[in-house]
Design a protein. Structure first.
Ligand code: COI
Length: 357
């Protein structure tokens, strides 16, 4: 397949569903735009993609992804600027991470042109679905899964790459109550924790549900060896402001390298805020709280954006954090990041990929 001048065969919907969408009341992840991009991998090569009406796909009951979890995904967002162009936030970073995840799961590398041109043509077609509303975005969900009809355990020979999109509002509608997980493990050294692999999320559901039943929204995972160091939260990386310093666990093979995470750290450094990427002990967070030095805690993620943490539970105690209004570091960075993504201020790091309509 020559992807340099990729012409994507497109089958459009007879009738758009966009009239059913209330742009001022969008729930996360439940409404899907009209079209999707689909490309298959067979006979050792990615085939010409297609754009099709969003809809169900038929699968063999022996589909190997369903049985053994050979499936990886990404989450990214597109916004509108004042000129009504579409601004896609850091898509090449998502592309690179998708291939890092794919490699870990023995899934063949996806060509950049297929990803970028596929996204661009899909977004041009469904441009009307990019919300003009503040605080909303078009969420893109690229994913690749195995499609062999075979139940022996081995890497599949066939795969499908799909991108669908959905207009979204906030993922978390309120400040979070999180609990530090002292027993279960999300990821261990040598495992696949750095990959955005479907199974990482499935395996986290049971421990998360235990805590949700006790009134917490999310877990904060700790390291697999000692449960001593903080890793990440269910859908986001985590950051703390301790005595004016922005502290976050360094990325490693057990932590997902978040794109919002690195954007937040860059903006903090630009503002001259001291940043430390290192091991963060649970005891340090508890001690900082006791000493009145834990000023802010928040999660960062594409879906979550910057999600404030109100309460941290650890070993029977709820640590209540300072009020949201005084959180100058995270509030300041959140506002600036939002302005960059929506083109209200200069994009000095060239993060936006502009699609002019
Ligand atoms: C994202 O932030 O895009 C994610 O993939 C997290 C979650 C919704 C699974």
């Amino acid at each position: 397949m020559s992807v340099e001048t990729l012409t994507i065969p497109t089958q459009t919907v007879a009738q758009s569903r966009i009239a059913e969408l209330d742009f001022h009341n969008i729930e996360f992840g439940k409404i899907f735009s009209d079209h999707m991009l689909v490309a298959d991998y067979r006979e050792g090569a990615w085939q010409t993609p297609q754009i099709l009406p969003y809809g169900n796909m038929s699968l063999s009951p022996a589909n190997s992804a369903l049985h053994y979890g050979q499936s990886v995904f990404e989450g990214m967002k597109a916004y509108r600027n004042a000129e009504s162009d579409i601004l896609l936030f850091r898509p090449l970073d998502n592309f690179k991470r998708l291939n890092i995840s794919a490699e870990r799961m023995c899934i063949p590398e996806l060509p950049e042109e297929l990803f970028m041109q596929g996204l661009e043509q899909l977004l041009r077609l469904d441009a009307a679905w990019v919300p003009p509303t503040a605080g909303c975005a078009l969420y893109l969900r690229p994913f690749i899964f195995a499609t062999d009809e075979f139940i022996g355990v081995r890497p599949s020979s066939n795969y499908r790459f799909v991108v669908f999109t959905c207009p979204v509002g906030a993922y978390y509608g309120q400040p979070l109550r999180v609990a530090i997980e002292p027993n279960y493990v999300r990821s261990a050294e040598g495992g696949a924790g750095y990959a955005k692999a479907a199974g990482n999320y499935g395996a986290a559901l049971y421990p998360a549900r235990q805590m949700q039943e006790k009134g917490y929204h999310q877990l904060i995972w700790t390291d697999a060896r000692e449960h001593k160091y903080i890793e990440e939260s269910g859908t986001m990386n985590v950051m703390f402001v301790i005595d004016g310093v922005l502290v976050t666990p360094a990325v490693s093979t057990t932590i997902l390298s978040g794109i919002t995470r690195k954007s937040v750290l860059q903006l903090a450094r630009d503002k001259g805020i001291p940043v430390e990427e290192r091991k963060v002990a649970v005891d340090e967070i508890v001690a900082a709280h006791k000493a009145g030095k834990l000023q802010e805690a928040f999660g960062t993620g594409t879906a979550a954006t910057i999600a404030q943490i109100a309460t941290i539970h650890y070993k029977g105690e709820d640590l209540e954090l300072p009020a949201l209004e005084g959180r100058t570091v995270s509030n300041g960075i959140a506002a600036e990041l939002d302005q960059i993504k929506t083109g209200q201020i200069p994009d000095r790091h060239n993060w936006n990929y502009k699609i002019s309509l």
